[in-house]
Design a protein around this ligand. Structure first.
Ligand SMILES: NC(=O)C1=CN([C@@H]2O[C@H](COP(=O)(O)OP(=O)(O)OC[C@H]3O[C@@H](n4cnc5c(N)ncnc54)[C@H](O)[C@@H]3O)[C@@H](O)[C@H]2O)[C@H](O)CC1
Ligand SMILES: [K+]
Length: 518
């Protein structure tokens, strides 16, 4: 995992690196510029012959921009720099990089930014735009020429690469201070900043990559941050290993308590997802009258028909058999498609109270706990809850989906600590919290996943990893990352509008393979 930090923490790391590790600020700036230039070509291809407009602020963010301009000029891009400040107003490092740029490109390649038609035309005529106006030094609402520049960038409808942060975005809160650049790609330096993963930060940052610019790891270890980013390397080293001697039993037996009349699809998708993420065996406990329907949908997964109500949902008479069902599994998931029939709600509450297996509680199991979250402290093992904001609001007194989304990290951290559970608060971006107060943010996923059933898929993937022996924290983080990764592969292949949950299931093996290979 990678620590996520605030701009103040980044600035302190910057200062320590320069003063204690003796790495000059200009070296950091040069490395930052190289990282942006490399990422720009990785995403958009060779810059040779392309018109690239670099907008540079008066601080070190602007300084990074002058480095990018010089590097792209050397790669035969047609670079123009629009400077917000005269060289006399620049920070010393930025001024030095400005002079290095004009030395190789000539002063004709740079001009002062002005809110005039020729400048706007130049921006609109770019193939690519580099935003080096403001970074962690942003300290007030953007106005005046900076606001005009940001609006001109956004109005040009051209791909934008943001240096460290999209200008105008608050590094700690992800809030837009008046005006903010909408970037296709953001290259942030040292460590990820919280604002890139919160609120409007997600829309404005685009694809975020973190560039290593040589901050000493010991300094990073000393930063006090309880928030981390789930990374591909964390997933790669945490995924279960399949040794040649492995057999079905090695990968556990996942049990699902799911489904009711009209909602067998949720059970089927969760079961398929559990198998696709590598569980050895999967059995679905299902109300008896819809058992045959479910069997028709499933090949590899088994089913266990259970006593039901007249409404064809789990009945309280299923309690003993479901308790034995849970005892016979490596891990269980309760919830997809259960319905909120009063008898089923009562049954779920009784099962949760005596849970003594690694477990996932989702969907209608969470709805059964509405107003009864105190039952969770009776679980013998802390379960993983996977609410979306609406389900989260029902678990919390006086909460709404809006109030949950207004403070996603705080809500998830508080609930996980108070109830002693692992909490996956779904949404953009998904937040994973654990009983000791630590919290992780998942960088994968996209709006195409806002479609019926993707929650059931995540539930299946999570219980599938629990069944393979991953502890709850690792299972929750890895399942969420893989789920979002499979969703990203699906959106890339089918487009975000037309994709459905079943397509995400089909991409799970590809996401797994990509994460294994690193
Ligand atoms: N390890 C790293 O993170 C590195 C960071 N670098 C880059 O440096 C910037 C931070 O530079 P700084 O000079 O502190 O501030 P900015 O360049 O972000 O801001 C410039 C300047 O702008 C003024 N300002 C603040 N708010 C506004 C506003 N609303 N409107 C207009 N002007 C505003 C304020 O005076 C600032 O000083 C960081 O983001 C990185 O890009 C290093 O160069 C490389 C290593
Ligand atoms: K910027």
């Amino acid at each position: 995992m990678m620590k996520i930090i605030t701009s103040a923490q980044m600035q302190a790391l910057d200062r320590r690196t320069i003063t204690e590790a003796g790495i000059p600020g200009k070296t950091l700036m040069e490395r930052a510029g190289h990282a942006v230039s490399a990422r720009l070509e990785e995403v958009f291809g060779s810059v040779r012959g392309k018109r690239v407009t670099v907008l540079c602020g008066k601080g070190n963010n602007g300084g990074d921009g002058f480095v990018v301009a010089r590097l792209l000029h050397r790669k035969q891009a047609m670079v123009h720099v629009l400077a917000m400040a005269s060289v006399a107003e620049l920070t010393p490092d930025a001024a030095s990089m400005y002079r290095q740029f004009t030395r190789v490109a000539g002063t004709s390649r740079t001009r002062p930014y002005s809110s005039t038609e020729p400048v706007h035309t130049l921006i609109r005529g770019s193939d690519l735009i580099v935003d080096a106006l403001l970074g962690t030094g942003l300290s007030a609402d953007v106005s005046g020429r900076y606001a005009d520049a940001i609006d001109a960038i956004n109005g040009a409808g051209r791909p934008v690469v943001a240096v460290d942060l999209p200008s105008g975005l608050h590094a700690d809160t992800g809030k837009v201070l008046g005006h903010a650049v909408r970037a296709a790609v953001t290259v942030t330096f040292g460590l990820p900043k919280l604002g890139l993963y919160l609120n409007q930060g997600i829309d404005h940052a685009g694809q975020v990559t973190v560039a290593d610019i040589g901050i000493p790891p010991s300094f990073i270890d000393e930063v006090d941050s309880r928030t981390t980013l789930v990374t591909g390397s964390f997933v790669q080293r945490t995924l279960p290993v399949r040794r040649p001697s492995s057999h079905k039993g090695t990968f556990g037996h996942a049990g699902l308590i799911a489904g009711s009349v009209g909602k067998t699809g949720a059970a089927a998708m969760a079961a398929q997802a559990a198998l696709r993420v590598g569980a050895g065996l999967v059995t679905v406990a299902i109300p008896s009258s819809v058992n045959d329907v479910l069997e028709a949908k499933l090949l590899e997964a088994m089913t266990a028909p259970m006593p039901e109500t007249k409404a064809r949902t789990f009945s309280r008479n299923a309690f003993e058999r479901l308790s034995a069902f849970i005892a016979g599994r490596t891990a269980v998931a309760i919830g997809p498609g259960l319905s909120t029939h009063p008898e089923t709600v009562e049954l779920v509450q009784s099962l949760v109270k005596q849970l003594a297996k690694p477990a996932v509680l989702d969907a209608d199991a969470l709805n059964a706990l509405a107003g009864r979250a105190s039952l969770l402290t009776e679980c013998k093992q802390p379960p993983i809850l996977t609410p979306h904001p609406g389900e989260m609001a029902r678990l919390e007194p006086d909460a709404t989906a809006q109030s949950v989304n207004a403070d996603r990290i705080g809500t998830a951290t508080r609930f996980a600590r108070e109830r002693g559970v692992f909490l996956v608060l779904k949404g953009a971006r998904t937040v994973i919290a654990r009983p000791d107060g630590a919290v992780a943010i998942c960088p994968t996923g996209n709006p195409g996943m806002a479609t019926a059933g993707t929650g059931d898929v995540l539930t299946g993937m999570t219980v599938g990893l629990l069944a393979q022996g991953l502890p709850p924290w690792e299972a929750a983080c890895v399942a969420t990352y893989l789920h979002g990764y499979a969703g990203d592969l699906t959106a890339a292949a089918l487009g975000p509008a037309g994709m459905v949950a079943g397509d995400v299931i089909a991409q799970i093996p590809h996401a797994l393979k990509a994460c294994h290979e690193g």
